[in-house]
Design a protein. Structure first.
Length: 133
C-alpha cells in the first residue's frame, strides 16, 4: 500500500470514529502549529539546540501535511480550478519548507510555514462561521 493510500485510509478511519471532517481538519492545522512551536523552541533552546526534538516535531508536522495532501478532494466546479489543486500546491510548499527547516535548522522556514498554516486555519474558521450563520 502506498503512503498516500495509507494516509487516506487513516484519515477516513478517524473521521468514521465520530470526528467531523471540518473539525478534523482544524485539529490537523492546530497540530501543525504546535509542532512548529516545539521545533522553534528546540532550536532556540538557551542550553543548546535540541536536535532530536526539532527533528521529531518537524517530522510530525510533515506527516500531518502529508495526510492533508492525501485527503484532498478531486472534484471541481465547472470552469473553476479544483480546490484540491490549489491546496496541493500549498501543501507541497509546506512540505518543502518543513524539509528545509529540518535539514538546515532554518528558523525562517519554520516561520514561513507558521504564516501559511495560520492563514489556512483562520480562513477555515471564518468559513465555518459563515456557513453556520
Amino acid at each position: 500500500m502506498s503512503a498516500a493510500a495509507f494516509a487516506m485510509r487513516a484519515y477516513r478511519q478517524v473521521e468514521n470514529q465520530g470526528i467531523a471532517g471540518d473539525r478534523l481538519y482544524a485539529l490537523g492545522l492546530d497540530g501543525i502549529l504546535e509542532y512548529l512551536r516545539r521545533a522553534e523552541n528546540a532550536l532556540r533552546n538557551p542550553n543548546g539546540k535540541d536536535l532530536p526534538l526539532k527533528g521529531q516535531s518537524l517530522g510530525r508536522a510533515y506527516q500531518i501535511v502529508e495526510h492533508l495532501l492525501a485527503a484532498l478532494p478531486d472534484a471541481a466546479q465547472p470552469g473553476e480550478q479544483p480546490v484540491g489543486e490549489r491546496l496541493a500546491r500549498i501543501y507541497t510548499y509546506l512540505l518543502e519548507r518543513l524539509a528545509q527547516a529540518n535539514i538546515f535548522d532554518d528558523l525562517q522556514a519554520i516561520d514561513d510555514c507558521r504564516t501559511v498554516v495560520t492563514a489556512l486555519r483562520d480562513s477555515w474558521h471564518r468559513g465555518l462561521e459563515q456557513a453556520a450563520a
